[in-house]
Structure formats: C-alpha cells, structure tokens
Design a protein around this ligand. Sequence first.
Ligand SMILES: C[S@@+](CC[C@H](N)C(=O)[O-])C[C@H]1O[C@@H](n2cnc3c(N)ncnc32)[C@H](O)[C@@H]1O
Length: 211
Amino acid sequence: MTEVGLNYTMIKLVYPLVWLLKSSKALSSIAVRLSKLTGKSKYRIHPKHLIAYEKPWYLKDIKSNDEVLDLGCNNGQHSLRVAKRCKRITGLDQNKDQLKIAKASSKDKGIKNVTWQNHNLEKKLSLKANSFNKVLCLDVAEVNKILDGVGFKIISLKPIVYDTPWIGFFDLLGGISLKLYAKISVWKKEKVKSNLKESTGFRIVIQKIWH
Ligand SMILES: C[S@@+](CC[C@H](N)C(=O)[O-])C[C@H]1O[C@@H](n2cnc3c(N)ncnc32)[C@H](O)[C@@H]1O
C-alpha cells in the first residue's frame, strides 16, 4: 500500500472512532446503563449522581423548616439529599422515566417528605402563593425560559459544568469506574473556573424572589 493509501485508510478508521467518542448523548446513555449493569446502582443513574467528591454546595442554605421546590429534578438525587434537611420538597420534571427512578429511590430510602410532579415548565405551573420558600434549579440549561414561565426573577447564575466535546466519553469512563470519574469531575470543576465563557449548566447563586 502506498503512503497516501495508508493515510487514507487511517483517516477512514480513525475518523468514525473520534466521531463516536464525541457523540456525547449516545455515550452518556451507555454510561447510565453501565451504572446498573455493573452493579454501581440499582437504577439507571448517571455516574455524576453516584460519586461523592464534595458536599453539595446548596445544603448549607437549607434549613429544617424550608419548603423547597426542585425545578428539573431529573432522577431526584439532589432532592433526596435536601429532603433529609428540610420540612418538605417537591421535585418537578418533564421526564416521566426519570421521575419513576426518583420515586423508587425515595421509597428505597424511606424518605417521606418528598413529592414528585410531572410538569413541563414551559407551561403554566399553578402553585399556591407562599407554598415554597426556596427553589433549587441545578444544571437546567433552559433555566431562563423556565423560571420566567414559573414567575421567578433570576438574580444571578453561575456556570457549573465545563463544556467539552468529550463529555460523553468522560461519562462512559464513569460508567466503567466511579473512582476515575470522581477524578475527572474534580478536574472539570477546576476547568469551569478558568473557562467561565465555555461552561454550561447553571446554579442560582442568590436566592430567588417569588412574585
Ligand atoms: C441536566 S438535567 C439536570 C438535573 C438535575 N437538576 C441535576 O442537577 O442533576 C436537566 C433536567 O431539566 C429537565 N427539564 C428541562 N426542560 C424542562 C422543562 N421545560 N420542564 C421540566 N423539566 C425540564 C430535564 O428533563 C432534566 O431532567
């Protein structure tokens, strides 16, 4: 084979592999399945919910008489942590499959002060005035639109996720080894600080105003 032919064959082989490693959605969903298949979790849960590399930042703001709303709660892993510290919490998400996992997890853990609500936040959400005094909204990319729909005013947001095309590949590694994923997560967290503009996912830094 000539050198040009060899290079061409290499490109043909390597390019699909690079493409695959960058198909973040597909790889992330494999990682979620691997969590269950490899016995890391009873349910299909993203590796990010299975590592404890630091105490969640929001717990310090939760008081025992708080009534909390977790917007975009997904499989409820954050809501369940908060539930142990507050009076009651409602986890809300549009994804029914993830809410099923949330419900099963709260049952497994015997947590009773949590309710789950299926709702698309782009539609009007009817809530009783003063029914919640704190809102959690973690890594919900659509946060601006959503909170606007619900009737909150955003005061400040802070990026929390380092946006890299390799995210799916990292997730896949997490599906294989949580120890490795914890190390990658610490590294990604450091990257957020130095790449604010390239980061995605948001947390609300200052308490929201209900109106
Ligand atoms: C990246 S996940 C974050 C989940 C969780 N808060 C966390 O930090 O792990 C974003 C979540 O927001 C939910 N979401 C996005 N748009 C939504 C909408 N319009 N109404 C309700 N939930 C929505 C998704 O279903 C998903 O569970």
